[in-house]
Design a protein around this ligand. Structure first.
Ligand SMILES: [Zn+2]
Length: 250
């Protein structure tokens, strides 16, 4: 089926349906800042998620990804809760508290990020991945990785970006921005949610250019370190641990 980005898997079925680019259940009632495509190159555009739809997958391939949406939804719910816990505990600095442990399915979140990157970029002017052979299309490898049929190469996948000292500046904005190489190839995508910065790396050798060297980089992405197979967010309250978020890799 021509309009399905997973059609190289050869089992399209059920016709093309109009889908939400970012799973609707994820960010209830919020908008997303998008920057970096031709229609929002110079400044971020705030878009209501409800309006962000595209014909990009057949019914069969869409439904095969629905477990990812559940896992993604759970992960973002955890990130929302941990941000709230930081705020709540900051309001009552002397109140006794218990350490809370959260867990995220990192392997599923990683695939969700890739799927969402492809949804956003499909049908556009950029090659999705350095080994894509058609603008607006993802390479076969990336399609298979999104469906869990192939592993990410060593240098690719989800990175958690953090700054020295590990401070998270928790603010409300949800952002999505692709990283474009030579105005031609999508090498990755930056995702920010409640102060947590996630980078999906699909560059040939792993992202080796600091973000601050790329024109138009948002301040929160400057001078960050990228952590591969990230293990744990540790939030402190005073000098004790308030809560942790474990990233579980299958
Ligand atoms: Zn299909």
């Amino acid at each position: 089926m021509d309009n399905c980005w997973a059609n190289i898997l050869n089992d399209c079925d059920g016709g093309i349906s109009r889908e939400h680019i970012v799973s609707k259940s994820l960010f209830i009632g919020t908008k997303i800042n998008v920057q970096g495509f031709s229609w929002c190159k110079d400044e971020p555009k705030l878009i209501g998620l409800a309006n962000l739809t595209k014909k990009c997958l057949c019914k069969e391939h869409n439904s095969l990804l629905s477990p990812l949406d559940q896992a993604g939804s759970h992960a973002f719910d955890v990130l929302r809760k941990q941000a709230k816990l930081i705020d709540d505990r900051a309001k009552e600095p002397n109140k006794k508290f218990k350490k809370v442990t959260f867990s995220i399915n990192a392997t599923a979140l990683e695939r969700w990020l890739l799927k969402t990157l492809i949804n956003f970029s499909y049908g556009g002017e950029y090659y999705i991945g350095h080994d894509s052979d058609h603008p607006g299309r993802a390479s076969d490898h990336l399609v298979k990785a999104a469906y869990g049929l192939e592993s990410f190469s060593e240098n690719n996948g989800m990175r958690v970006a953090y700054k020295e000292g590990g401070t998270i500046n928790s603010h409300d904005a949800v952002q999505f921005a692709p990283v474009i190489k030579d105005n031609k190839f999508i090498y990755g995508a930056k995702f920010s949610f409640r102060g947590i910065l996630l980078f999906m790396d699909i560059s040939p050798d792993g992202m080796n250019v600091p973000f601050e060297d790329i024109p138009g980089t948002q301040d929160e992405w400057k001078n960050v370190f990228l952590s591969r197979k990230f293990k744990q967010i540790q939030a402190k309250h005073g000098n004790k641990i308030s809560h942790v978020v474990n990233f579980n890799w299958a």
